[in-house]
Design a protein around this ligand. Sequence first.
Ligand code: SF4
Ligand code: SF4
Length: 503
Amino acid sequence: MSTSGIDMGGHDDTTAPPALFANRLKVYAKAVQGPVRRIKWALLVVMLGVYYILPWIRWDRGPGRPDQALLLDLEGRRGYFFNLEIWPDEIYYLAGLLIFGAVLLFLVTSLYGRLWCGYACPQTVWTDLFMWVERKIEGDRAERIRRDKAALSFDKAWRKVAKHGAWVLIAAATGGAWIMYYRDAPTVTVEILTGQASATVYSMFALFTITTYTLAGWAREQVCTYMCPWPRFQAAMLDDQTVTVTYQAWRGEPRGKYRKGESFDLRGDCVDCTQCVQVCPTGIDIRDGIQLECINCGLCVDACNNVMDKLHRPSALITWDTFANQTALAKGEQPRHMKIIRPRTLIYAGLIVVLGAVMMTAMLTRTRVDATVIRDRAPLFVTLSDGSIRNGYTLKITNRRPEGSEFAVTVDGPEGLVASVHTPDGRELPADNVEVRGDTQGALRMFIAMPRKAIPEEQTPIDVHIRNLTTGEEASVATVFVAPPSGGDRTQRVNSVAPVQVP
Ligand code: SF4
Ligand code: SF4
């Protein structure tokens, strides 16, 4: 007797305390043929192909620059996506892309249920691949069940070893490919294979290999049912107009075993063959209605259609349909077409349009120059020998272009303002021609002086403008010029901290 309240024969033990944990019932998904299965195979090949091939695509960015089309260079702190180069301070582009993707997923889910889960989620794709390998080596469902129940034999042992060996190889290829998105693919491949990669690379490689092997080989449907948060809140996107995989109970019931030649007049079309259950990768019975475990893969549609074909009954006993239409059909009413335009789909579509427009505008108006101005805090100002007041600033010019550029630095402020730009070691530079190397951030010193009579207030707003002399790209930064309180003895405050509030 188990302590779970269920004995090993599967009978309830009502005298035992309720179980806190139920053992997993292993799912032996059966192979199925049909149009849905073919679409899933095609998508699997495309998605795995994209994943494995993408890091190997080259993209010429000029000498000394990475030539990998898609690269997240963590050491160089750059993201490369074909012609697009993302700097760390532009991470909001990535955040925007993720938000855009999430809202798009909301829209698709509200229209067609868990299409993502059934067809495009990496967990589904890799599990499908691992199951295919399992079938090739250990046979289909019945053979696997029989072999798993049998005592250990040479036949059983070599098949298990071969299956896990193949899984580890696929997992290693997956983990290795993941590293290639962060390091130059040809280089890191040679390094890994010749033992020259860093400990970090080997650790990440091992981590992603083990993760793939565990999630796709062992955990499988448990990832979708217990680990993934998406099934929990995707219900909030569904309504009676959402198309989901549905068992047409009004047509299938009363179900029952079928004997050849029997009439279907006084019974439903479901012959209780359980083919729909046997092919289900999550091991559920779609005839019980919409369930959290259902990933909307549609394999049960293929399975049931094959059965209906053999029985010469109409297909689509299990099909994609809306709850509203099913309710109408069950009452004998006219079919109801799905309403695509609904408040929730309008909201999601509107958000997608707005987000897309914002991202597109940000992308098109993006400049390759940026500037930061940090005003000195100690001292806040100094009084020069001629009585004028001077503030010091650190000026950082970011030149995101690969080639070096000359920049003009100008300052907008009250009449009489004089600005000068210096190297960090004090050498003055011509403010109308400051050179910054390509792909770097140049740190400079900037001094702004004003005759004290020209200073209108203790904290005077000023604007610093940077312009690339070659491309004309500009950046502006607002800052302040700090002076002592009016009427104070300014000459007494040379090199001292002024008694003004720090903005
Ligand atoms: S495959 Fe079709 S006929 Fe067979 S049990 Fe499932 S719903 Fe019924
Ligand atoms: S019930 Fe059908 S659609 Fe849902 S997961 Fe199982 S096979 Fe896929």
